[in-house]
Write a protein that binds this ligand. Structure first.
Ligand SMILES: [Zn+2]
Length: 317
């Protein structure tokens, strides 16, 4: 089930390298990087969340061991960066709460450090993805950016003054739980009318099925059906654009970003998604111009690239 690939170049000997791992609800993605962010190998394997929280830890360790075995003798593996969803206490190295992975108060940094005998950095997946875009991707050289990960869920990395902000308690960027439809549908978080309830990939699929469409249609297909004139899909897609547009308008009014970058799996829809979203945001801003809304550089790879960058940052502290 594991896919292992060579990526950007021949593996140079006599280099220091790091491993970056993005532990997602669906896939564990790992890469081997040098200090310039060049990726030499990467692997992807399914997250065995149906087998429980410990199995996810074991799979994460396997991903690291497998890439470590690819490091040439003359090169040196110096650190591991690990990024996970949910609430993360980066300073203490604890996965505080990851509903999808079944983790609560898990001292993951220590567990992995004990297993691999290297310095380990633990941080948040979407903030890491935003960092990858900031240091190596579409947001290079910019200061005020919102990076939005549109995938199974909806979350964001707030970048201000050229720095990714975690907030006071590590909970900044919960764009998916901004309420945008008063008295709207219930969200898993306990509030009503959250952005994520309408705009996530999972919600597009679920709402299309609930409205009388076919079950288990992936979000991207709901979007294509909407574009092809399926009225049911068009209604669901329109709700998603309205929800996301309202959330982004609120962010623009508060923070005045120069760029909004869309990443995550749904970004692959490209203009079919970005054009109506841009129009929605422009329409919601009566007296000021809207910032540019565009696609991130790294799509689904941004998390593990950010994990690699964080591993290097950790060595410098
Ligand atoms: Zn919510």
């Amino acid at each position: 089930m594991t896919a292992m690939r060579r990526t950007e170049g021949p593996l140079a000997a006599q280099r220091d390298l790091v491993i970056g791992v993005d532990v997602g609800g669906t896939t564990v993605k790992a890469g081997l990087f040098d200090s310039d962010g060049v990726e030499y190998r990467h692997s992807e394997r399914p997250t065995p969340r149906h087998l429980g929280p410990d199995a996810v830890i074991t799979t994460t360790l396997h991903a690291i061991v497998e890439l470590r075995a690819q490091v040439p003798q003359a090169a040196r593996l110096v650190a591991v960066g690990l990024v996970v969803p949910g609430v993360v206490d980066a300073q203490q190295g604890i996965a505080v709460y990851a509903a999808n992975l079944g983790w609560q108060q898990l001292p993951l940094r220590q567990i992995v450090a004990d297993a691999v005998g290297l310095p380990v950095i633990l941080d948040h997946d979407v903030r890491a993805a935003g960092l990858a875009e900031l240091e190596l991707g579409a947001a290079q050289g910019l200061q005020e950016i919102l990076f939005v990960a549109l995938g199974t869920g909806v979350a964001a990395a707030v970048i201000t003054r050229g720095q990714v902000s975690a907030g006071a308690t590590g909970r900044a960027g919960e764009l998916g739980h901004l309420p945008v439809f008063p008295e709207g549908e219930w969200c898993a978080c306990g509030q009503r009318g959250c952005t994520e309830t309408y705009a996530s990939a999972a919600s597009l699929s679920r709402r299309y099925s609930a409205a009388g469409g076919i079950s288990d249609v992936p979000a991207q297909d709901v979007i294509s059906r909407a574009a092809a004139g399926d009225p049911l899909a068009a209604g669901i897609f329109n709700d998603a654009i309205t929800a996301l547009g309202r959330a982004l308008v609120n962010y623009v009014l508060l923070m005045d970003p120069e760029l909004i970058l869309i990443g995550g799996g749904m970004a692959a829809s490209g203009a079919v998604l970005l054009d109506p979203l841009t129009r929605q945001v422009q329409a919601g801003l009566a007296w000021r111009p809207a910032p540019t809304i565009s696609k991130g550089t790294f799509a689904g790879d941004a998390g593990r690239r950010g994990a690699g960058i964080l591993a290097w940052h950790g060595l410098k502290v």
